[in-house]
Design a protein around this ligand. Structure first.
Ligand SMILES: NC(=O)c1ccc[n+]([C@@H]2O[C@H](COP(=O)([O-])OP(=O)(O)OC[C@H]3O[C@@H](n4cnc5c(N)ncnc54)[C@H](OP(=O)(O)O)[C@@H]3O)[C@@H](O)[C@H]2O)c1
Length: 280
């Protein structure tokens, strides 16, 4: 499990450990590892952008001789700002974690998964199906992970390794506060011209993020779906998490791009106003 320190990764790790699974819980800080050890998991030092962490984990799994049931690519990073203003280094950071980190971990653990007929569970997002303003980098990375997962599923099907995609909608996790403070930083660093152009887009994003913090589903609820993706004997190719993700993933099959754009604009506007009312 990558990204086990907080949110969905921590909740799924706890649930798995409670049910008696041996979870190698990827963390980047000792205190996060200690909490997970107390919950019954085995913490491992794992930054998915560090090749040496990944190699060490693969060697640890090989040396154990135990079958590897699943690799869960859950680590994720958000950077929300318009395409024109988000610095390239932030684009790279998002893709390094959400795309290349997941690919690197999967490549390293696939030999073990082939031996055990295990599975790859990739946590994407409904943002990997629908892209809103200020979500270019994040959605771009999640669309990419969706496509990579679709290719991988077909490549591995003849070899008995399954690939399952999990698409959460809004969850109440640390990603909200992390995303909000990063977006506030982006807004502060904008030039006056950029703020004129995109100030409203950023307020709409901040309103949306605040609304999610009130209405999103909890990590513990969401972890149930990830458990199903890991343990179902015949898993579906993809699962959504939450009502918003279930609705949107169906809706996009029937509405035109421009209709969807209008619906997103209306939603963002109403959530900005809701936030103003809630904080007044
Ligand atoms: N929250 C939502 O509304 C939402 C919606 C759709 C999809 N998702 C997806 O669900 C997954 C879990 O997110 P969450 O909501 O639980 O957010 P979260 O609480 O912020 O968790 C993100 C996790 O990713 C880890 N991470 C970040 N960079 C990493 C790196 N370089 N190497 C290893 N781990 C790294 C973080 O570790 P540190 O604590 O060490 O930084 C943390 O454990 C992500 O893939 C996210 O994109 C979330």
């Amino acid at each position: 499990m990558s990204g086990a320190s907080t949110g969905l990764g921590a909740a799924t790790t706890r649930t798995l450990a409670e049910r008696g699974f041996h979870v190698l819980a990827g963390v980047r800080r000792e205190q996060d590892g200690e909490r997970l050890r107390q919950a019954g998991a085995e913490p491992v030092n794992l930054d998915v952008t560090h090749a040496e962490d990944i190699a060490r984990l693969a060697a640890r799994i090989d040396a154990s001789g135990k079958p590897l049931r699943a690799v869960v690519n859950n680590a994720g990073l958000a950077a929300n700002a318009p395409v024109e203003t988000l610095p390239l280094e932030d684009w790279r950071a998002v893709f390094d974690v959400n795309v290349f980190g997941a690919v690197a971990l999967t490549q390293a653990l696939l030999p073990a998964l082939h031996r055990s007929s295990g599975r790859v569970v990739n946590i994407t997002s409904i943002g990997g199906k629908v892209a809103m303003p200020a979500f270019g980098a994040y959605s771009g990375s999640k669309f990419a992970l969706e496509a990579i997962s679709d290719s991988l599923r077909q490549e591995l099907a003849p070899h008995g390794v399954q690939v399952v995609i999990v698409e959460p909608g809004g969850m109440r996790t640390e990603m909200g506060s992390r995303g909000t403070s990063a977006a506030e930083g982006q807004l502060e660093r904008m030039t006056p011209r950029q703020r004129d152009l995109y100030g409203e887009t950023m307020s709409a994003f901040l309103g949306y993020a605040a609304a999610l913090d009130r209405t999103g589903i909890t990590a513990d609820e969401a972890a149930r779906t990830v458990m199903t993706a890991i343990t179902a004997a015949r898993p579906r190719t993809r699962y959504t998490i939450g009502r918003e993700a279930a609705l949107l993933s169906r809706l996009i099959r029937f509405v035109s791009d421009r209709t969807l754009d209008r619906m997103i604009t209306r939603t963002l506007r109403s959530q900005t106003m809701d936030t103003a009312a809630a904080t007044a």
